[in-house]
Design a protein around this ligand. Structure first.
Ligand code: SF4
Length: 385
């Protein structure tokens, strides 16, 4: 049996954000929409005494609906969307041999680190917003249209494994829909608190699924929750977009990262793509110094701030006893890979709801509308430090 870790109630939660969510749910004038990051569904159950790393995607959907959200959507959907945009951006940069290597931009702590520490290399960051922010912008535009609601009445809540996502949603530029794209972020632990506060029985709730179309996702989308996942999802799609052939092995074990740096070379048609997966910011500095000194032969680099990626994010249930930490991270990671394997569709570009989104609304990856809603710009924060 695991020892239960008790936390002081109010030290562990941002009461203000939790109250904002409660107030929105009791306000009849608001149309409440929620999204959940992939890593949430493999950790939340730990707050309810279930095994470390239990996969509870369907309980999560059911519990959010029971809380009263009008739409229960999924960040995994916008992770697939991110791959469409980021993969297309990588292909463009490689074909033009410009601003290489390209870095992923879905981790806001990493983006802020670049703005503070290496602003001269900001052109190497992908211009893609994170999946959270892409989802927020889509909910208040396309989502408002399909649900026939006024975007000004939508209150958009995000459940994240990450405390830094709170900072990200408050960035001045994150209002491409004409409104604040994500109104409030709560962490996995804060959601656990809210579920208990509302008296919902998480353990025994009958399972349900996320709402479509903006909760429809592939196995690739779910991999964003662990280190190497963005890279693997991008390669699955990039390979097929470039070669027009089916990828020979969909499980790309060489990019499944651990803590630290994992480098590999992937054959994509005639191109040998040199890639690296990095977790932990101390591990990325040597790579950044190589780029500054023109010594890097890499094309694409994924960076996540937390050890092994979002599964160990600062907003996840705490595993304080060292002897259980590795087990928790291993189990959470394994659950994400299991979930990917069980998804009928495992490549982002084969997500039918993503195809529909481009057909009906966005047009094409990197097109004008996508650029406005799904991409962003970065600026030096050196002087702000
Ligand atoms: Fe947040 Fe950590 Fe994930 Fe980065 S790696 S998005 S800081 S949880």
């Amino acid at each position: 049996m695991l020892e239960t870790v008790k936390e002081p109630l109010f030290a562990a939660y941002n009461v203000c954000d939790v109250e904002k969510v409660k107030n929105s749910l009791s306000n009849d004038k608001l149309y409440t929409v929620v999204q959940c990051a992939p890593a949430v569904r493999v950790a939340l159950a730990e707050d309810f005494g279930l095994d470390l790393g239990s996969l509870t995607d369907k309980k999560l959907a059911a519990v959010l609906r029971r809380m009263g959200f009008d739409r229960v959507y999924d960040t995994n959907f916008s992770a697939d969307l991110t791959i469409m945009e980021e993969g297309s951006e990588l292909i463009k940069r490689v074909s033009e041999n410009s601003n290489l290597p390209m870095f992923t931009s879905c981790c806001p702590a990493w983006v802020k680190f670049m703005e503070q520490e290496y602003p001269e290399l900001l052109n190497h960051l992908s211009s893609c917003k994170s999946p959270q922010q892409m989802a927020g912008a889509i909910f208040k535009t396309y989502g408002a249209d399909i649900d026939n609601v006024d975007a000004k009445d939508i209150f958009s809540v995000s459940v994240m494994p990450c405390t830094c996502k709170k900072f990200e949603c408050d960035r001045d530029e994150m209002n491409s829909s004409g409104y604040k794209d994500v109104d409030v972020v709560i962490t996995t632990r804060e959601l656990g608190y809210l579920i208990k506060d509302m008296g919902i029985d998480f353990k025994y709730i009958e399972e349900e699924t996320f709402d479509n179309p903006l909760g429809d996702y592939t196995g690739a989308g779910t991999l964003f929750g662990t280190t190497g996942g963005v890279m693997e999802a991008a390669i699955r799609t990039g390979y097929e977009l470039i070669t027009k052939e089916s990828i020979p092995n969909i499980d790309i074990n060489s990019v499944r990262g651990q803590n630290g740096v994992t480098k590999s070379s992937i054959d994509v048609g005639d191109i040998k793509l040199n890639v690296a997966v990095v977790s932990g910011l101390e591990n990325v500095r040597p790579i950044l110094e190589d780029i500054k000194n023109n010594k890097s032969d890499l094309h694409f680099i994924e960076v996540m701030t937390c050890p092994e990626g979002c599964i160990s994010g600062g907003g996840q249930p705490k595993v304080i006893l060292d002897k259980y930490k590795k087990m928790a991270y291993d189990n959470r990671k394994e659950s994400l890979y299991t979930h990917d394997g069980e998804c009928g569709v495992r490549k982002s570009h084969e997500n039918n709801s993503i195809k529909k989104l481009y057909d009906e609304f966005l047009g094409e990856p990197l097109g004008e509308k996508s650029h406005h809603l799904l991409h962003t710009e970065y600026a030096s924060r050196k002087e702000k430090c």
